[in-house]
Design a protein around this ligand. Structure first.
Ligand SMILES: Nc1nc2c(ncn2[C@@H]2O[C@H](COP(=O)(O)OP(=O)(O)O)[C@@H](O)[C@H]2O)c(=O)[nH]1
Ligand SMILES: [Mg+2]
Length: 694
């Protein structure tokens, strides 16, 4: 082993330097509890807290405590057997998944916390997929083993469908009656009994446990041998491979992403946690492999190493301070280091901090491999690649947020907060790029788009808790339009004789419907100068004014208006007068043209595990959706994609129902397709609501 933690990354040795490990996995599987157990085990905290008591290091924000769930990434650095580890407790809820996704590029390995629950397998599959695609080494930690029964022997059968790489069972449980009392580590060939909040105790491996161990160990070795011919020969010839060889294989095959080892335990009692930490210590890769995975070119001794860092999270504290949580990928940086992003100046570091949840401790410069927070990098964003060099470094990784699926319209309860709200929204979106803010110029609404109901709720809570703005929320307006079904020729006359100068404008408009999607056209058909040239643009402006608000209350589209006749007055005519005449012509003409409501229809694509497809079809039909068909999702075993056309008004909270029909794993995308006529009761209600609102 190399001295002083200097990089030594041959297969035979453990990785060196500070590590960065993410705790990921389905919602409620126990990641935050596991972090708590790790922090207790490593002495960062004196006593392990729990979610129910609301005293954990993770989930310490007001919003997380309130909802008893992780709503953002928690960062905590600990020491274990002389090495530094930074753990990222990632939210498991799909609504907050961007925090996890944005952090992944910079981690050395992920601990995927899961439960033995069939319903949660699709969610687990989504997370593993993300890790597989990014080639991130991963260990499965089957948590809540205290609740498991004898069915636990089928761990691999239950979980393997979620993983494209071969799962490899590293431990098997041992029982005292029906209750799991400990485990056998198949690599060490040692039996342990669990002790509550203490290290497990080694006991003799004998009896039934010894027999089970032999079989389980053999299948572990068989899987390892898929990638090791020498081991394969040893197994065929019934030779016991040396223990070191087994460990070397476990280490190499994990790092190369050939296998995914499975450990187990009970986070709430800190059982199995020490073995997990030891597996990370001995088997998981370190910064050297991670930098290589990201394509960082190693500096030689002769050339000073370029300083490189990846921003994995951005925090805005209540007192206005900004912190960028970064993983140092190369070099060293501290107070005064000036960073560049890929395309901008990031700012100058004013404070380096070690984080343990909400508490931050000032410290000296950060070196390669460390995960710390830099204060005051005003322009750095989550996902940026930072360099301290003179030239920007191309982005090492880019993680685009998933397109938003749910929207609310918000406003400040009090007018005086309008400006504050604008600034706070910018900060919110900076911290969480999976939130999008859209200003609807037509309806003057500020629309907050996000990943689900809880996501948006937490966003508005932050606006009030952190920035002190009372918020009102509404359902955003649907982009209704109206059009006409028949044409008319209509005169528009504006004449006023009130002392001095009068006003005179007179036009005849030929108004005709046009095909769907063609918008609006204006045509000048004046001959003989009955309306002088210079007034014609004003007539068009007047027409456009009137089309902003049709007889049903919505913008009017898909019509053609020709100016075919009119008259003028040499003294009293003006641009204003003709604009008014144009408007009057349309306002008086349209109600006679059989106006009809138009509603936006979107093309919707839903992805779901195929056992939910029938439910999804029913859901879509129930919401006036027209199902176009469904197909297996390409490259995704056991998943379908359903396509449908659906009115925008019905999409509203569609995601909420899709998620409840798919145990949280289904989602959808949508894009505008066309406008369709809407008549009957639904249309009448929409028009009446519009009138009432005006
Ligand atoms: N029985 C049992 N419950 C656990 C265990 N770990 C966590 N829990 C509970 O499971 C729930 C979710 O835990 P949490 O850590 O918030 O899960 P996360 O969403 O993955 O962070 C909480 O009620 C925990 O107390 C465990 O090992 N055994
Ligand atoms: Mg959590």
């Amino acid at each position: 082993m190399a001295a002083n933690g200097v990089a030594a990354n041959g297969n035979g040795t453990r990785a060196a330097g500070p590590r960065c490990v993410a705790l990921v996995g389905p919602f409620q599987s126990g990641k935050t509890t596991l972090l708590e157990a790790i922090l207790a085990r490593t002495g960062v905290i004196a006593r392990q807290g729990n979610i129910e008591a609301g005293n954990t290091v993770g989930d310490a924000s007001k919003e997380a405590r309130h909802h008893k769930m992780s709503v953002e990434l928690t960062v905590a650095t600990a020491n274990f057997m002389g090495d530094s580890y930074t753990f990222l407790d990632c939210p498991g809820s799909v609504e907050f998944v961007h925090d996890m996704r944005a952090a992944l590029p910079a981690i050395d390995a992920a601990v995927v916390v899961c439960e033995l629950d069939e319903k949660k397998v699709p969610q687990l599959q989504l997370i593993l997929r993300e890790l597989e695609d990014r080639k991130i080494p991963r260990i499965l930690f089957v948590n809540k083993i205290d609740k498991a029964d004898a069915g636990v022997h089928d761990v691999l059968k239950l979980l393997q469908p979620a993983s494209r790489t071969k799962l490899i069972l590293r431990q098997i449980p041992t029982f005292a009656g029906d209750i799991i009392s400990g485990f056998v580590d198949l690599a060490l060939e040692r039996a342990f009994v669990y002790k509550e909040h203490a290290a497990s105790e080694v006991i003799p491996l004998e009896g039934d446990a010894a027999d089970l161990e032999k079989t389980a160990r053999f299948s572990m070795l068989e899987t390892l041998a898929d990638h090791d011919d020498e081991l394969m020969e040893q197994l065929l010839e019934d030779i016991q491979p040396p223990r070191d060889k087994v460990f070397d294989d476990l280490r190499r095959e994990l790092r190369e992403g050939l296998v995914c080892p499975v450990l187990m335990g009970t986070a709430s009692r800190a059982n199995g946690v020490l073995r997990l930490l030891k597996a990370l210590r001995h088997e998981s890769p370190g910064i050297a492999e991670t930098a290589k995975r990201l394509g960082v070119k190693a500096g030689s001794d002769a050339v000073a190493q370029e300083v490189l860092a990846y921003v994995l999270k951005t925090l805005n504290t209540a007192h206005g301070g900004k912190m960028s949580v970064v993983r140092m990928l190369a070099g060293q940086a501290g107070d005064g280091t000036t960073f560049l992003t890929e395309d901008d100046e990031a700012g100058r570091v004013a404070g380096v901090f070690k984080l343990v949840g909400q508490s931050s401790e000032k410290r000296g410069p950060a070196t390669v491999g460390e995960t710390i927070a830099f204060a005051k990098l005003e322009k750095a964003k989550t996902g940026d690649t930072l360099t301290a060099g003179k030239q920007a470094h191309p982005a090492l990784a880019k993680v685009a947020p998933y397109p938003p699926v749910l929207a609310i319209a918000i406003s400040a309860k009090e007018r005086k907060d309008d400006v504050k709200l604008g600034l706070a929204l910018n900060k919110l979106a900076e911290e969480d790029p999976s939130i999008t803010i859209v200003h609807n110029a037509e309806t003057h609404e500020v629309v907050l788009w996000g990943q689900g109901d809880m996501h948006l709720r937490v966003a508005t809570e932050r606006l009030s808790d952190r920035y002190g703005i009372a918020i009102e929320r509404r359902t955003p307006s649907v982009g209704y339009r109206e059009t006409i079904r028949k044409g008319i020729v209509q005169r528009g006359r504006h004449k006023k004789q009130s002392g001095g100068h009068g006003q005179y404008g007179d036009v005849v408009l030929d108004i005709k419907p046009m095909p769907r999607g063609s918008g609006f056209e204006f045509e000048d058909k004046i001959s003989g100068g009955v309306v002088p040239r210079n007034y014609i643009p004003s007539v068009e402006e007047g027409v456009i004014d009137a089309l902003k608000h049709g007889p049903l209350g919505f913008p009017v589209v898909d019509l053609h208006v020709s100016l075919i006749d009119g008259s003028y007055h040499t003294v009293d005519s003006s641009d204003m007068a003709f604009r008014t005449a144009g408007r009057i012509g349309v306002v008086e003409g349209l109600p006679q043209c059989q106006p009809v409501l138009l509603e936006p229809i979107h093309l919707v694509e839903i992805i779901c595990p195929n056992e939910a497809t029938a439910k999804i079809n029913a859901l879509m039909s129930g919401r006036r959706g027209q199902i176009l068909g469904f197909d297996t999702r390409e490259g995704w075993d056991g998943w379908d994609m359903v396509r449908a056309k659906m009115p925008e008004a019905e999409i509203g909270d569609l995601i909420v129902e899709i998620r409840s029909a798919t145990a949280g794993s289904g989602t959808f995308t949508f894009k505008f397709d066309h406008m369709a006529e809407l008549t009957g009761r639904t249309a009448d209600q929409i028009i009446a609501a519009r009138r009432a609102a005006e």
